[in-house]
Design a protein around this ligand. Sequence first.
Ligand SMILES: [Zn+2]
Ligand SMILES: [Zn+2]
Length: 269
Amino acid sequence: MASIVESGWRYLITHFSDFQLACLGSFFIHESIFFLSGLPFIFLERAGWLSKYKIQTKNNTAAAQEKCITRLLLYHVCVNLPVMIVSYPVFRFMGMRSTLPLPSWKVVSTQILFYFVLEDFVFYWGHRILHTKWLYKHVHSVHHEYATPFGLTSEYAHPAEILFLGFATIVGPAITGPHLITLWLWMVLRVLETVEAHCGYHFPWSLSNFLPLYGGADFHDYHHRLLYTKSGNYSSTFVYMDWIFGTDKGYRKLKALKSDGDEVALKEM
Ligand SMILES: [Zn+2]
Ligand SMILES: [Zn+2]
């Protein structure tokens, strides 16, 4: 397995420059993973399949879904791609490399775990700041246009927010200067995680059923369907930041009511 990955990597670095791989390669991988993982949820919603696992009963209109896609393509090309190009020298300066040998799995997994924890911490505070009145009204309300999220809405946000919260995603790699393959793997996992958090479905096989500290769709969907001053659940990946700082109280209350089977009280909320 290791040799297959290594020979594949050798092919890449002999055919493409470091800059091409780090900027265009990253952009290509991001687009592929994002749309491949996000688009199925649009079709699920339209077809009404697996609807018993849908968190909200409300559906998005086709026009709302299409608006999200066209806006995303525009922002990806005009914001994300330039950010990747501009931040390339910073990553290089901090020691990012694409040469062989590839890093060990131990190094890759430790770095990625660190990125998840750091991202979640920075995202939590950044997201709480975005929920203050002025910033919510002028910036973050764009992301909240979709009160019934679907996978692709995960990256639907004001360009200022893309830059602001994008910082949480790149600060970990920027300070540790990882191998490019680690950066790609981090990007893939982070995209899959945020698409899942916005997918609008809670399946029996959803990761949050098995990982106690993982938030997932149920946790973040609550953030979208409540009024912005009351929502809480600000974290991106894990649940402990909201628990420590007491911003998950409404969500916990709802969960407790649900598990008590108190349907009447639930409807009155
Ligand atoms: Zn928010
Ligand atoms: Zn969201």
